[in-house]
Design a protein around this ligand. Sequence first.
Ligand code: B12
Length: 373
Amino acid sequence: MKNPYSVPKGEAVSYASAIEYEKYIPEMTESVNFIMRNINSSENLIGDNPLSVMYENHIHHSKFMANIFKLNDYELLNNTLKWVLNSYISRGFKSEYFQKELDAWIKVINDTIDPNYSSDIIKIYQWMKSVVKFIEEDNKNIVDEIPFPFDSQWENIKNKFFNLLIKGDSTEALQFSKSIVHDRKSLENFYTKVITYSMYEIGLLWEKGQISVAQEHLATSIVMRIMSYLYMNFILIQANKGKAIITSSANELHEVGARIIADILELDGWNILYLGANTPNEELIKLIREEKPDFLGISVTMAFNLDNVKNLISNIRSQSDFNDLKILVGGYAFTFGGDSHKKIGADKISTSISETLETSRLWWRDKNESKYK
Ligand code: B12
């Protein structure tokens, strides 16, 4: 059933209100923790989970909401609400928890933020309450499966690899990968169709509470070890294009997507400086100044990092010595939601390897053509 509560459009929360909300995050989170701890002690809303899981949810919630208010992307909020309910309910939270949590936020926002700023924020919280209620009533079969959009040959390979990751069998997974990857095309397919979709499915099982955090960590580390093998054997080639820095954003701990993009670009002849996860903005800017890359690629998975990336890009744009630097962004955070990516200030957003290769080749061609004009 379609959500009957229409998603707010345009600037529902002013930038000034968003900044006020962000300013009071630490004390508001403390107050919500206090209220919910008391309610939980009489009603046990969080099942067998330790209180730290609930506190962590409140921190993520507030950071995520600050991003939503700054970007005014309520499509993203709408889509994420379903995920929040799915993942916490499958971990043992009761569905009543969410209405009570939202009530706690509304009370605390009312008590903390000046009414000139709080009123538009509270309207969004009221809207969230109705959407959450709708999702709870509608959503009996809570988690969607990931549709595999490719041909059945690759789906079978993906299923086999995924099962080896779930078993935690790194030796077999490496042997299997060696039997699949033998040239550039099979490597690209292996990265996009096998590794990416296997990891998405690992995420889904984690979200449903069907695998542990340790199993997810083991799967990720097997993937990283296999990628190191593939890098040594297929990717180390002589660069014949320009230089690019590829990194995950600050506070972003997901690095496999950025690493895939780095490897594929390196294989395409770029001189790649791959920085991995969680690069602080100031350090990145220092490195750009030292290395003078042709372009910068930033990977974002968690929507609560989007605003920080927007700030980074606007900081880079404000410096005249970076005038020629192209900026490409991509990652899971851009695969759902409204048009927040358009507001982030990048030259291009790409969600696929083919689009990334096409864009980077175009930029390289344009740069070289303009050099010789
Ligand atoms: C492994 C994993 C982790 C690991 C990451 C370890 C590591 N070294 O990377 C750890 C344990 C750290 C982790 C932490 C968290 N995670 Co996590 N994680 C995952 C998981 C299972 C796999 C990630 C992955 O490797 N994907 C595979 C890569 C290849 O896919 P990708 O990043 O999308 O990349 C592709 C494209 O997007 C694109 N691309 C990517 N980057 C770029 C960059 C450029 C420039 C371009 C052009 C393209 C591009 O190219 C790639 C090619 O195919 C995902 C599931 C998922 N759906 O991704 C959850 C997932 C992303 N995590 C999730 C959550 C909630 C968290 C935590 C909040 C959990 C917690 N309670 O602490 C934290 C947040 C930490 C943080 N601050 O970043 C949720 C996010 C839900 C949401 N709606 O936002 C997911 C979706 C799981 C789920 N189904 O619930 N996680």
